[in-house]
Write a protein that binds this ligand. Structure first.
Ligand code: CDT
Length: 281
């Protein structure tokens, strides 16, 4: 995987990119589709160090090329005196420094083995809910945020970052074509994917870069449709294959301004006292 990512990173540099965005759980298969009982079988998929011995070459190449990257991976860490596991993404600057970390908050699927399913979605079993909220950091000449896959379907995700002035939201996703609990949604998978990212972009005046792990992985078909979306809500670049594919866009972060200063000027037009129900259980 690291070799494939380096190849894409070089391609991106050849196209003049400053920053490349990789998918959710980019270093491994999407292992929540499998039920494992033994902790050592689960731990196999988790990174304890970032960079670690296998991922150091990715960081080294980024420094050599002077390019930044965002990547998702399974993170194991000892925190608060106990072993914790998160579905995590990091933003790495052109000098190879990790400048932001995000831990997935909306974990879809189920916690118990459901053998009647054609494949599992055990994120609730293997990961804890992220505990970092949605941080927004100054990097790459703007305000950068991250979320991961299912987060993109929730307006709160974008709004928490929007309230921090975010100018680019980066996210990776693994979305199966087939959704066993609601197969009638299968034909809508690609539409819903763009619908939520385009609304999130427009309603918060931000760029959104959504990157799929696409195609057939271990017999499971994943949607593609990676897209770079402007604050206008329009898709400015989109993948058309389910293979390793680079799409490129020149993202002028100043395009966010007219949205943040007029129709979505939060300071003037929001009415938070009427929204209280949103943050109650
Ligand atoms: N990885 C991930 O979050 N995938 C979900 C699948 C939803 S169906 C359980 C998604 O929202 O795309």
């Amino acid at each position: 995987m690291v070799g494939r990512l380096i190849h894409l990173m070089r391609d991106a540099k050849g196209h003049g990119c400053d920053l490349v965005v990789f998918p959710e759980l980019a270093l491994t298969t999407f292992f929540p589709r499998w039920f494992f009982e033994r902790q050592e079988d689960i731990d196999f998929f988790f990174e304890r160090d970032m960079p670690g011995p296998e991922t150091q070459p990715l960081f080294d190449e980024a420094v050599r090329l002077e390019i930044g990257f965002q990547i998702g991976y399974a993170e194991a860490v000892v925190e608060d005196g106990r072993e914790r596991r998160f579905n995590t993404s990091i933003l790495v600057d052109k000098s190879g420094l990790i400048v932001s970390k995000y831990r997935k908050i909306h974990l879809p699927g189920h916690a118990a083995h459901e053998p009647e399913r054609p494949f599992q979605h055990l994120e609730k079993r293997y990961f804890e809910v992220g505990n970092l909220s949605w941080p927004v950091v100054h990097a790459f000449g703007g305000l950068m945020g991250m979320c991961i896959c299912n987060d993109r379907r929730w307006p709160e995700t974008y709004r928490v970052m929007g309230l921090q002035g975010v100018e680019m939201v980066m996210l990776g996703y693994n979305t199966p074509v087939h959704n066993p609990p609601a197969p009638e949604h299968d034909r809508l998978g690609w539409f819903h994917n763009h619908l939520v990212m385009q609304s999130g972009a427009y309603q918060n005046g931000t760029w959104v870069v959504g990157v799929a792990k696409a195609g057939n992985e271990e017999g499971c078909e994943l949607i593609g449709g990676s897209a770079i979306i402007a604050p206008t809500g329009e898709i400015v670049a989109q993948c058309v294959t389910s293979g390793d594919e680079l799409i490129v866009a020149r993202c002028d972060l100043d395009l966010c301004k007219p949205y943040k200063e007029t129709i979505f000027n939060f300071a003037i037009h929001r009415e938070p006292e009427q929204y209280r129900m949103i943050v109650e259980r």
